[in-house]
Write a protein that binds this ligand. Structure first.
Ligand code: SAM
Length: 165
């Protein structure tokens, strides 16, 4: 899944669409807990970069309410179609799905109260580039929220000799 070339190797597949739908449901309680902590007011403008087929569009939509706006961004046609189907089926009129490169969206600067990314830094990389775009999109005093795996505490005992694994 990870690539040093900065592209997403699982793109385009039906299996990946299903995997991301399931993943989003499994992680929804974590997303809700995170949003409880950062606080999203009704009327807020939020963006989920690399949202896949679901991302956290549902929780964001519920929190910002009818006066708010949620933008989901992805580049994969299958994920975009899945996200649009989800938005339509769930009747989320405050959510818009855009086909854009998360690393260079071209959206207006400082336009969002919350800029969110989940599971894009780890599989795609180009961290500085993505973080710069997040910081460009968030309004002064807004929130940049990142949900990514942290493997820094992973340990193997006994230690694996160098060159193996
Ligand atoms: C592991 S999935 C995570 C999906 C979603 N954030 C979630 O947590 O369910 C990574 C997503 O990033 C998207 N992606 C990869 N490169 C991208 C880019 N340059 N711009 C926008 N989306 C991208 C992929 O298409 C895929 O939907």
């Amino acid at each position: 899944m990870s690539t040093s070339g900065g592209e997403y190797l699982l793109a385009g597949g039906a299996a990946e669409l299903e995997r991301l739908r399931l993943q989003a449901r499994v992680w929804e309680p974590e997303a809700e807990a995170m949003l409880d902590r950062v606080g999203i007011a009704p009327g807020a403008h939020c963006i989920d970069l690399g949202c896949g087929a679901l991302g956290i569009l549902g929780p964001l939509s519920r929190r910002v309410g009818p006066s708010g706006r949620v933008v989901g961004v992805d580049v994969d046609a299958k994920q975009l179609a899945g996200a649009r189907a989800f938005v339509q089926e769930a009747g989320l009129s405050n959510v818009e799905i855009l086909e854009l490169d998360a690393y260079r969206t071209g959206l207006p600067a400082q336009a969002f109260d919350l800029v969110h990314v989940r599971f894009v830094f780890a599989p795609v990389g180009r961290d500085g580039e993505l973080l710069r775009e997040m910081l460009r999109l968030v309004r002064p005093g807004g929130i940049v929220a990142i949900q990514e795996p942290d493997a820094s505490s992973w340990t193997c005992l006994p230690p694996i000799p160098r060159g193996i694994g």
